[in-house]
Design a protein around this ligand. Structure first.
Ligand code: PBG
Length: 314
């Protein structure tokens, strides 16, 4: 009876699997703060994308970690940069099934923090502040490089003002009129990104409070989503998910495009850690947390458990 009358159901197609690929690795490198997750080699990334495809996931989100980082994140838009190489290899895997077969949407993180030696999401001014407008130019170039490498969805996660409009123009000018934009709209400066810093070898010192939002504010999240919608976002995101279900609900109620939520690295790590200690029932907590994100209004959920959940749902 509970199954019959459940108001919310998860489906593998709701889920997007975030994946990390690191240049120069010879073996996948396990992440201590994200048990079960790894930095992939180019080869193991392809296997993970194939697994996502065969599990019927809705999408994969790729993060690239270059061997060399610099102040401008120059590997971010290099044609042979790690993320572009991984996108091309993923495109091939996704396209090898018969035409008409549903495959995961190929998404790319469009941000500089994985590529800069200072770890900020943008380029810096001479005084060390993040330079919003100079960063927009870099994002536009990254977006076109990612689209050229086969990305279906460009995902600006740097919270620069005007990033969606700038990327839309650049994509259109380069004839990528069908490439979509998933805007990280209400993205909070969050302690829950902690394990992600290990996942991308981040060098960040300090914080992102000049561009990511204050967790005290919900209205501001709506304003950010409205701006991104006006600039042409095809989807908007709330991130993190679990501590922001109120913001997610409010954005879902007013958005006329699909809404995504990102269950981030710290949310994953907490349930894994408590589960490993026998303090909570891990599997039940996973399903409860992800189902609650959908109940709160997410059409699309990014979660590191995507493959495992898809397996449970079979
Ligand atoms: C920025 C980005 C971050 C995450 C996704 N994209 C880190 C940050 O903003 O500090 C975090 C994802 C997670 O914690 O799982 N490129």
């Amino acid at each position: 009876m509970r199954r019959l009358v459940a108001e919310t159901r998860l489906h593998a197609a709701d889920l997007v699997l975030p994946l990390f690929v690191k240049e120069g690795l010879t073996e996948p490198a396990p992440l201590a703060s994200m048990p079960g997750q790894v930095q992939h080699t180019e080869e193991s990334l392809v296997e993970a994308v194939r697994a996502a495809r065969d599990a019927g996931l809705g999408g994969v989100m790729l993060f690239g970690i270059p061997a060399v980082k610099d102040a401008h994140g120059s590997q971010g838009d290099a044609e042979d940069g790690i993320l572009q190489r991984a996108l091309r290899a993923s495109r091939t895997v996704l396209d090898e099934v018969p035409a008409g077969t549903a495959t995961p949407v190929l998404m790319a993180d469009t941000c500089l923090d994985e590529f800069t030696d200072h770890g900020h999401c943008g380029v810096l001014t001479s005084t060390g502040a993040v330079d919003n407008d100079a960063t927009l130019t870099r994002y536009a170039s990254m977006a076109v490089a990612q689209a050229r490498a086969g990305a279906d969805v460009i995902s600006p996660s740097g919270m620069m003002d005007g990033q969606v409009a700038m990327i839309r123009d650049a994509l259109d000018d380069a004839d990528f009129v069908d490439t979509s934009i998933l805007a990280y709209s209400a993205k909070y400066a969050s302690a829950y990104y902690g394990p992600f810093r290990e996942a991308v070898d981040s060098e960040l010192k300090g914080d992102r409070k000049t561009y990511q939002m204050d967790f005290a504010n919900a209205r501001e999240g709506l304003r950010e989503a409205d701006l991104d919608l006006a600039e042409g976002a095809d989807m908007v995101m709330v991130k993190p998910a679990g501590s922001y279900l109120d913001v997610l609900r409010a954005v879902a109620d007013r958005s006329d495009v699909p809404v995504a939520a990102y269950q981030v690295s710290g949310e994953y790590a907490m349930i894994e850690a408590a589960g490993a200690n026998g303090w909570i029932d891990r599997d039940r907590a996973v399903m409860e947390s992800v189902t609650s994100i959908k109940r709160a209004g997410a059409d699309v959920i990014l979660t590191y458990w995507a493959l495992e959940i898809a397996d449970w749902l079979r």
